[in-house]
Design a protein around this ligand. Structure first.
Ligand SMILES: Cc1cc2nc3c(=O)[nH]c(=O)nc-3n(C[C@H](O)[C@H](O)[C@H](O)COP(=O)(O)OP(=O)(O)OC[C@H]3O[C@@H](n4cnc5c(N)ncnc54)[C@H](O)[C@@H]3O)c2cc1C
Length: 344
């Protein structure tokens, strides 16, 4: 069976790997240039030599179900334990104390996008290919019904089954194009209810300036939720550089604000937490995540439209949780299920 997967994040790539192992022909279509979705790494600074994880900062070992994947990534040299040091900054008393996380943390020394790159080895991924909609091709008795994927480039491609592995709002946009043709209504309604926190990732570099001795600082500041010290994180020669993640509240309030105003406000907050020197970086880059983390996940590992002969399912990090683990388990669950269901 030819299966098209929309989205090369961890959910889509995990489903793709599972289904390819089950003998299916799998093609993953990804709108951006790279693999991994929200596990992303940016190259910035002088000669683009500074590496920064501006999406998910680390992988947390949250449950036993996730352990085999984390172990596999570790065994293959993609990730390693992150030992910190981690600190917590209290705004009221201005003090910074050691923080001991209750769960194990892991990072990819070469960049979080290495996780996507690793998974993409197992499937055919077409990057820079945005799926704009789906058309249901039916009613030819001699031929099985199929899906036609419509790309924004105006090219098309057919598939026997489709998995949409994007944030729910983007899945909604794609699914909505099929709504008159099949019974996707319940599915569309449910995923439309899912809401996300937005988030800004602000990346700053300071050249040869000295760096704090912590790898990550978390805080109760109203603007900043965490600062990752990319130099200490990678244990590398790279310049002093940070990725600053803003709080959900600040991000929501400033979603439509001019980007230079947002940058100024984050720099002011940064100097309150770290001191005045931090307000004047050599370079800065701002990224806005419209869909950062899920507020109200759906209580299933995946959803599919049952009762028609053109299978379609939605998966992702908004199924059964609001995390990378949820994305991985969602991809694994649909892969195992469809391998059983479409054995012949
Ligand atoms: C700043 C930040 C911090 C986070 N912190 C944490 C954390 O601490 N712990 C945690 O567990 N999780 C965290 N997350 C969330 C975690 O990264 C996600 O839950 C997980 O990566 C989701 O994976 P996914 O495969 O479901 O979706 P994604 O990674 O979003 O992948 C979806 C892919 O689909 C592609 N796509 C979308 N529409 C189309 C289309 N029409 N055609 C083709 N391709 C398309 C996108 O480009 C993307 O590559 C964080 C995320 C961010 C951004």
């Amino acid at each position: 069976m030819k299966i098209a997967i929309i989205g090369a994040g961890v959910a889509g790539l995990t489903a793709g790997r599972e289904l390819a192992n089950g003998g299916h022909e799998v093609v993953v279509f990804e709108k951006s240039k790279g693999y991994g979705g929200r596990l992303s790494t940016r190259y910035a600074g002088k000669e683009n030599a500074t590496r920064l994880d501006h999406g998910l900062p680390y992988i947390e070992l949250s449950s036993e179900k996730f352990t085999p994947f984390v172990k596999e990534l570790g065994d293959r040299g993609v990730i390693e334990p992150w030992v910190g040091p981690f600190v917590y900054h209290n705004v009221e008393d201005g003090k910074t104390k050691e923080l001991r996380p209750s769960k194990k943390r892991f990072i990819a020394p070469k960049g979080m996008n290495e996780v996507g790159r690793f998974l993409a080895r197992y499937v055919d991924v077409r990057t820079e290919t945005k799926v704009g909609g789906l058309t249901h091709i039916g009613q030819d008795r001699t031929k099985k019904k199929t899906w036609m994927l419509n790309f924004t480039s105006s090219a098309v491609e057919s598939a026997d089954a489709v998995i949409i592995a994007t944030p729910s709002k983007q899945a909604y946009a794609v699914l909505n194009t099929t709504i008159d043709e099949i019974a996707t209504l319940k599915l569309v309604r449910e995923i439309d209810e899912v809401e996300y926190n937005p988030s800004f990732s602000f990346m700053v570099g300071y050249g040869d300036a000295g760096t704090p001795d912590w790898a990550m600082l978390e805080t109760d500041h109203p603007v900043i939720s965490s600062i990752t010290n990319e130099k200490i994180k990678r244990g590398s020669e790279q310049e002093t550089s940070f990725v600053i993640h803003t709080t959900a509240e600040f991000s929501k309030d400033h979603e439509n604000e001019k980007r230079d105003v947002v940058e100024e406000k984050i720099l002011d907050a940064l100097s309150e937490v770290l001191g005045g020197w931090a307000a004047v970086p050599n370079w800065k880059q701002l990224h806005f995540w419209r869909y950062s983390t899920v507020i109200n996940p759906l209580p299933y590992p995946f959803m599919e439209v049952v009762g028609n002969d053109t299978p379609i399912a939605v998966i992702g990090g908004y199924m059964n949780g609001s995390s990378l683990e949820a994305a991985y388990l969602s991809g694994k669950a649909i892969g195992e299920y469809w391998n059983r269901k479409f054995k012949d």
